[in-house]
Design a protein around this ligand. Structure first.
Ligand code: ZN
Length: 276
């Protein structure tokens, strides 16, 4: 059996803390050999960095999520640059969000552009969160630099017709188990149009819960999360995507593993494998 890779989650989140011991033994047992743990604001970057030091399967990623831009310090760019200089980290989660209320699109664009410039300067993979701002994102990509490895559109929820356009800029697309919920069929089926070599999977744990019947590791309600998502649900995410693409699970897992290693190559230290 091939190991699993979770291309996007928030293992540092307080909602997962009470289940820490169980959570670690479960993901090790699957096994999950890599997960990209995304910081969202300067306040959680150090937690992510600590986690990467402690856990061999954690790839740290640092960025300013559009929801938390008002919390940034005036030195955020220098702090991010220091992480990029001192650690083998990815960039993100950063992005554009027109779903949130009172979001400042100009500011979001400027911050995303700065992250793209840094990711390109350091040649690191970058993860983008985009909600209802697909044409704005495409427009920005026409003038912003992009690292050679490309970038990840996590939990891609854009139109099928734009997949091809993002591919030309080097996009990877990660499938979320949330799209297996009733009413999300259109989002899920868009993943039939993503070419094999640009597919990734993610849990976004503790966010993006799977439907009850697919949730293999239900966690009790936590602050801000009705049904916190467990990162070991990555297995159920792969299974769901295999059904949607009508391919054997094992074949899909192999392809996704190759993609993960290609895209995140610059931040996967060879010495970290196998699991501690
Ligand atoms: Zn996320």
């Amino acid at each position: 059996m091939n190991p699993y890779q979770d291309a996007h989650n928030h293992l540092q989140h307080a909602a997962l803390r009470p289940h820490w011991t169980e959570l670690l033994s479960t993901v090790r047992a699957l096994p999950v050999n890599w997960m990209v743990v995304n910081g969202t604001a300067e306040s959680d970057w150090e937690k992510v960095a600590e986690m990467a030091k402690e856990l061999s399967f954690v790839i740290p990623s640092f960025g300013l999520h559009p929801w938390f831009l008002p919390d940034r310090s005036k030195d955020w760019e220098e702090v991010l640059r220091a992480y990029l200089t001192q650690t083998s980290c990815a960039v993100g989660e950063v992005g554009l969000d027109l779903w949130m209320q009172n979001g400042d699109l100009q500011l979001q664009k400027q911050i995303l552009r700065t992250h793209l410039e840094l990711a390109t300067e350091f040649q690191r993979p970058l993860t983008i969160h985009c909600l209802r701002a697909w044409s704005e994102l495409l427009e920005l990509l026409r003038t912003a630099p992009v690292p050679n490895c490309g970038f990840l559109l996590h939990s891609y929820s854009g139109p099928v017709s734009m997949i091809e356009k993002f591919l030309l800029f080097g996009a990877y697309f990660s499938f979320s188990g949330y799209f297996l919920n009733r009413g999300k069929e259109e989002r899920a089926h868009a993943f039939r149009e993503v070419p094999n070599e640009r597919l990734l999977v993610e849990t976004d744990a503790p966010d993006m819960p799977l439907p009850e019947e697919r949730n293999q590791f239900p966690l009790p309600k936590a602050a801000g999360f009705e049904r916190p998502n467990h990162p070991a649900n990555i297995q159920a995410v792969v299974r769901g995507l295999a059904e949607i693409r009508r391919r054997p699970e094992e074949e899909l897992l192999r392809v996704i593993g190759q993609n993960f290693h290609r895209f995140f190559e610059s931040v996967i230290p060879g010495t970290k494998f196998p699991l501690r």
